[in-house]
Design a protein around this ligand. Structure first.
Ligand code: SF4
Length: 324
């Protein structure tokens, strides 16, 4: 590992990993593969489900050898007669965080995957820079993109996603992606009870999504994990904490599969919130569904045929971290 310096408030290090393509652990995308171009994330979202063990806040490790590994792994798969992998960039970081070394690895990885004919799904809470335009335009048919939104309220966004681009900049990025010919969907995540799930907040967000041509979105509520709760305690004003803790009152910590302790908002609160979103979305002409990974009891599969009206039920009784 060597340090490549700092960018903004992030400390950036270069590390080598042993594998580029990893099986996706999300229940709704287990036939897909994941490429993570970094560990750690400069966006520093308070609700981030991922715990980067051993990394301090603001520390980013760039997986510098991912492009070389990818070339090798794709060649080996082709030699073994395996199908081209469908790839998600990324699962446990944001590959479009504004750290030059991360963006460089993301660009090179995309170039390799796309030129090899792989389908790629991008997921980001950030902006896709102009410099990616020619590449993405050229391979638009192989790409789909999800851009994640929290709230159109700048104050709330900077409190909960302190390092992420403003919602307006994300909307500008969606416009660019559309101009490049890409299919773009939104993710509304996470809804925070009594804070971003009111009719006023939802209406404003949905209106802006529609204004940049977004036709589809998934949505899910905040999920608590011990490290998330600690972060909320350390960073949120008392009034916010009070509302969040009150909403989760009576819900128990559950150990889920091999994973961490988790608290899911009560079903009734979620159903009421999703019903509000449903009413607003229907009025605005936004097709939407509840994300099954975060709502195994009522959600649908985000990766089912994107063109169909109804995504498939996921049917997996587990909760998996899904960043960005
Ligand atoms: S939720 Fe996504 S964008 Fe936010 S800190 Fe985690 S990985 Fe980064």
């Amino acid at each position: 590992m060597y340090s490549v310096g700092s960018q903004g408030t992030s400390k950036v290090q270069a590390v080598e990993v042993t594998k580029a393509l990893k099986r996706c652990r999300w229940p709704c995308a287990q036939d897909r593969w994941v490429v993570d171009t970094a560990s750690g994330c400069s966006f520093g979202c308070l609700f981030c489900p991922v715990r980067w063990r051993g990394l301090a806040e603001g520390q980013v490790q760039v997986h510098v050898n991912v492009p070389d590994l990818l070339k090798h792994e794709l060649k080996t798969r082709a030699r073994d007669g395996l199908p081209k992998p469908e790839v998600i960039i990324n699962a446990s970081t944001d590959s479009f965080q504004p750290v030059q070394a991360v963006l460089a690895v993301t660009y090179q990885s995309l170039e390799i995957l796309l030129s090899e004919g792989c389908k790629v799904h991008l997921r980001t809470r950030g902006e896709v820079p102009e410099g990616f335009g020619d590449l993405l335009k050229h391979y638009a048919d192989q790409l789909s993109v999800e851009v994640t939104f929290f709230s159109m309220d700048n104050k709330l966004a900077s409190l909960y996603e302190p390092g992420a681009p403003t919602p307006q900049r994300r909307l500008d990025s969606v416009r660019r992606l559309h101009a490049w010919g890409l299919e773009v969907r939104a993710r509304i995540q996470p809804l925070v009870p009594f804070i971003t799930d009111t009719v006023g907040h939802i209406e404003e967000l949905v209106r802006h999504l529609r204004s940049v041509g977004i036709e589809r979105s998934s949505a899910s509520y905040l999920v608590l994990r011990p490290h998330v709760l600690d972060r909320l305690h350390g960073r949120l004003p008392h009034a916010h904490l009070h509302l969040i803790k009150g909403s989760f009152k009576g819900t128990a910590w559950r150990k889920v599969g091999l994973h961490q302790l988790t608290r899911v908002l009560g079903e009734r609160t979620r159903r009421q919130g999703y019903a509000r979103l449903g009413t607003v979305a229907e009025r605005a002409g936004l097709k939407w569904h509840v994300c099954a990974c975060q709502n195994p009891d009522m959600g649908r599969n985000c990766f089912a045929d994107l063109k169909s009206e109804q995504a498939e039920p996921c049917g997996q009784l587990d909760l998996f971290p899904s960043a960005s």
